[in-house]
Design a protein around this ligand. Sequence first.
Ligand code: ADP
Length: 229
Amino acid sequence: MKAIVLFGPPGSGKGTQAKLLRDCLQVPHISTGDMLRERVRSGAENGSPVAAKLQSGALVRDELVNRLVAERISQPDAAQGFILDGYPRTIAQAEYLGGLLEPRGLQQVVVYLSVNYNIIIVRLCARRQCPVCGTLYNMVSQAPKVDEVCDLDGHALMIREDDREDVIRDRLAAYDEQSMPVLDYFRSAGHQVQEVTADDLPPEEIARKICGILENNAVKADDRTQNRR
Ligand code: ADP
């Protein structure tokens, strides 16, 4: 039973990896970005600053994301563990998460996807997403079979409003300032941080590396439990 925290800059492939890992580990993928976009789409955030924050790449306030995560992980399908994508992103969120997981006895494993920022900018400018099923494409490396159309359901693909180059740079600056310190926080709180350099590898290969790390980690955790007996 584990909480896998996928950590890394915007565009490092957290969403893609989370989907691949969800299929192999059979635990839910919890993306705060997806939850926030869904709230905006459904009208739940009418009149609030959340939509503007999403468009500008600024972080949404901690209280809201913390509440969304607390509600989501208390659902029955998350009892055996889950994959967090895009959360925690501030030290306050990391502290809050620690408080949620400790009483449940869930161990946090942080997988840090590190990618060169120049690669990220090129990648995000080419990103497309199906507005209906959420499948991600990349016009350079993972193009759909028919130009700009989702392979799975035929809907026209969309460019996220925050995938414009100026907004991408702002998102990376927000990450450097507010999220990078979270890595040191994880280490000082005694959580394992496993770094995976994800510059130019195909997603399946990165997922294999992550699965290897997680398996290794499970074996070591078993050893530790047996040694205590
Ligand atoms: P990316 O990781 O590529 O930036 P996400 O879909 O994870 O994409 O996030 C999109 C936007 O949603 C962020 O720029 C931010 O505005 C908001 N958001 C997502 N997760 C959080 C979070 N944990 N705390 C605050 N804001 C968040």
